[in-house]
Ligand binder design. Structure first.
Ligand SMILES: [Zn+2]
Length: 468
């Protein structure tokens, strides 16, 4: 038997086989890893809050990779020479040999881009890049995936110019302004603090727009601006008031008797959803006079948005015939009970008394927007006259019109009464602009209508038969 000598440093066949096995297993393992590495790349999504970039547009970038998890997500903005990483997130990867460990499978990054954030942006276009990387493995890279979107950039606000002259406003009163606004504007009108009086095209004057507005009874002239905004949020504000006449709020007081509370509170509670009687009639009354009054005023503002985009009237407004004025517009009322002041509210209409159950004529032509029961107003009719102007008739005993009816100037709407918060039979009459009570006296004055509105709108206001 021959003897084989093993050279030092060479493997025996058994060892060689063992090595082969190890190599085979390693190859299988690597093949397994590479298979794992063939998982899909992260999925990217991008949404924008506006159809382009203006002063401030929110970008929401979402990346998703549920197999290995994400390691980074970033948003870049690029225009000409400029490139900026506007947002970046990084995530801890799952440990390599701990497949059950935590990972970030999905993430959304929210950033804001626009002229308020990047001073170098100019009108034109800009490129947004969303990039995400997934967790790298032995045989899979972490090369980023990218989604690119080109968006229009506009940072110049719409052009706005005043065309009418002599904008004289009285606090609590109404007024008209005529202006021109660039066609890029999607919203324009008069802003008075939180209140908004939208503008409309002026018939017969191409390129001109107008707004009927009020200097609200509770705000200053600094709150009044002409405003225009485009679809990307570029906004221009123009002061435009030539003369502002303050109008102090008057004062009056009302004594609350137990008999009065017991008479008015139960019917309002019975007819108002979401209102329950409190421990005492006075507490319920205070809830009605405070919260319900505020709710009802908000409902009138909502109703104001439904006003027609046309003048439904063409003659001056009629006052309530033979009505004795019991209380006027913008009076601060102190409510007294048992010798103490228990509440304060501002009365924003006219209280007019005639005979009991007197016929209530429509002040002008219009369409009935509301005919029914509304909290403090009791049975009420609201007539829309167009472009935000409405008249309100409250505390009625009977209604003679229905919602949707077109009523003529002088047509009876119902009979006076004492429903809602009313001590006795009277008419509470209010003039509203976009739901905000304004002083009705101006609208009863044909000279004022001719001078403040007719003169500015010209043929845009179908004013007929106005006495000179
Ligand atoms: Zn009243």
């Amino acid at each position: 038997m021959s003897r084989r000598y093993r050279q030092p440093g060479t493997a025996s066949p058994i060892r060689r086989r063992a090595t082969l096995r190890v190599v085979l297993l390693l190859s299988l393992a690597l093949a397994f890893w590479s298979l794992l590495g063939r998982a899909p790349q992260p999925q990217l999504q991008m949404t924008t809050s506006l159809p382009g970039i203006g002063p401030s547009t929110e970008i929401a970038a979402t990346a998703e990779e549920s197999r290995f998890g994400l390691t980074s997500l970033e948003v870049q903005l690029e225009q000409g020479e400029h490139r900026e990483v506007v947002g970046m997130e990084t995530f801890d990867p799952r440990p390599l040999f701990w497949p059950w460990g935590g990972k970030t499978a999905r993430s959304t990054l929210r950033v804001r881009v626009g002229s308020a954030h990047q001073e170098w942006l100019t009108d034109g276009e800009a490129t947004l890049r969303v990039r995400a990387k997934r967790h790298a493995g032995p045989l899979r890279g972490d090369k980023f995936v990218e989604r690119v979107e080109v968006l229009p950039v506009r940072i110049t606000p719409p052009q706005l110019a005043i065309l009418s002259t002599q904008t004289w406003v009285r606090q609590g009163g109404s007024e008209t302004v005529v202006y021109s606004v660039e066609s890029t504007a999607v919203r324009h009108g008069v802003r008075a603090g939180e209140r908004w009086f939208p503008g409309a095209d002026l018939t017969g004057q191409p390129g001109a727009s107008f707004a009927l507005f009020s200097a609200p009874w509770d705000s200053d002239d600094e709150d009044l601006h002409l405003e225009a905004e485009d679809a990307l949020g570029n906004r221009v504000l123009l002061p435009f008031v030539d003369r502002f006449e303050p109008r102090p709020v008057g004062s009056s007081s009302i004594n609350l008797s137990d008999a009065f509370l017991e008479k008015v509170v139960p019917p309002i509670v019975a007819q108002t959803r979401g209102l329950a009687a409190a421990a005492t009639p006075l507490e319920t009354y205070l809830e009605i006079n405070g919260r319900l009054r505020a709710d009802n005023r908000a409902q009138l503002v909502e109703l104001g948005a439904q006003s027609a985009d046309e003048f439904l009237w063409d003659k001056p407004f009629l006052p309530f015939p033979g009505g004795k004025v019991m209380d006027g517009f913008a009076m601060r009322r102190a409510y007294r009970y048992g010798g103490e002041t228990v509440d304060e509210q501002v009365h924003l209409g006219f209280d007019l008394a005639s005979v009991a159950r007197a016929a209530v004529p429509a002040a002008n032509r219009g369409r009935v927007l509301l005919a029914g029961y509304l909290g403090i107003y009791g049975n009420v009719v609201v007539v829309d006259h167009g472009f935000g102007l409405m008249t309100l008739y409250a505390h009625l005993s009977t209604l003679e019109v229905a919602e949707g009816d077109v009523v003529n100037r002088g047509q009876s709407l119902g009979r006076t009464g004492a429903t809602g918060l009313a001590g006795g039979d009277h008419l509470h009459f209010a003039t509203l602009l976009r739901g905000l009570p304004v002083d009705p006296v101006e609208w009863w004055d044909d000279h004022w209508i001719r001078d403040r509105i007719g003169r500015k709108l010209g043929s845009g206001l179908p004013l007929m038969a106005v006495s000179p």
